[in-house]
Write a protein that binds this ligand. Structure first.
Ligand code: ATP
Length: 275
């Protein structure tokens, strides 16, 4: 559990860190008292977090506060030493096609085209070759890659490669998208394009997203809720519901609430880092 000092220190507008109480209804993702240690390092200590269906939640915090570890545990790529994670009411023990994962590097298969990479992800589905081809084309079009189906990864820019990675994860229609700094390696303009794309995809698919980022403005722009983590040991410091109208876009940055949220979250991170 988050300690009482953390709760009382949360600025106005920040909900105290908590378990299932924040999200209404049955949580899509429930993280209960999760602890993960790597030798002497406690990457996560008794972390509690609920994510509602269709919610967009970002994890922010200084380097080493356990964001990637938490995401890996939800993905089933890592397991907690203590505590439980459930997705749609079922305990997570391994990766599954209900959860798509997008990392900072696109990790595409270099010998396959964009189309081939998406089709490869669909190989486990019961689809005819024609259905697989059509499904891949459709999802590539959704991420703005119409006309680039035949391009190989080496022929695509970093942003386009990330679009293919996103298409690949969306192709098998997961309930949940887990994204670890997916735009971290992109230049500022491409990053802004990708943020717009992700907002569009999320609004269209109404998928549940957990998104790790170092960029606080990015988190505020796209999230329903920003979870602020603190390091050594990794814990949830506060949960900040983002009071910005949707649909979001560049105009959202002009809203006074945008500045206020970004300011508050930055203050929380720095305050903790200085301790
Ligand atoms: N496989 C591992 N073996 C040993 N230590 C690990 C391992 N994975 C993570 N850690 C440690 O656990 C802590 C949390 O790491 P994690 O990568 O989850 O943090 P993070 O918040 O995602 O950091 P960053 O923002 O730099 O990616 C760090 O101290 C890290 O060194």
């Amino acid at each position: 559990m988050t300690d009482s000092i953390d709760r009382s220190a949360a600025p106005a507008g920040a909900a105290p860190a908590s378990g299932g109480a924040v999200s209404a209804g049955t949580p899509k993702i429930a993280i209960d008292d999760v602890t993960r240690r790597f030798g002497e390092v406690t990457a996560l200590q008794q972390v509690n977090l609920s994510v509602a269906e269709n919610e967009f939640v970002s994890l922010v915090g200084t380097s080493g506060c356990g964001k990637s570890t938490l995401l890996s545990i939800i993905a089933g790529l890592d397991a907690p030493d203590e505590g439980t994670v459930t997705v749609s009411g079922r305990g997570v023990t391994e990766p599954g096609r209900d959860r798509g994962v997008v990392f900072q590097r696109a990790t595409l298969l270099p010998w396959l085209t964009a189309q081939g990479n998406v089709e490869f992800a669909l190989r486990g589905e019961r689809l005819s070759q024609a259905e697989r081809r059509d499904a891949a084309r459709e999802v590539l079009a959704q991420v703005g890659l119409e006309g680039f189906e035949g391009a190989y990864p080496s022929e695509l820019s970093g942003g386009m490669q990330q679009r293919v990675a996103l298409a690949r994860s969306l192709s098998y229609r997961p309930d949940i998208l887990l994204m670890d700094e997916p735009f971290g390696a992109l230049d500022a303009l491409t990053r802004a394009d990708m943020q717009r794309l992700l907002i569009d995809v999320w609004e269209r698919h109404r998928i549940t997203v957990v998104f790790v980022t170092h960029d606080i403005e990015e988190a505020v722009l796209i999230s329903d809720r920003v979870v602020v983590m603190s390091p050594r040991p990794g814990r949830i410091r506060a949960e900040v519901p983002i009071a910005l109208d949707r649909p979001r876009g560049e105009h959202s940055r002009e809203a006074p609430e945008f500045r206020a949220h970004a300011h508050d979250i930055l203050a929380m991170i720095h305050e903790r880092a200085a301790q």
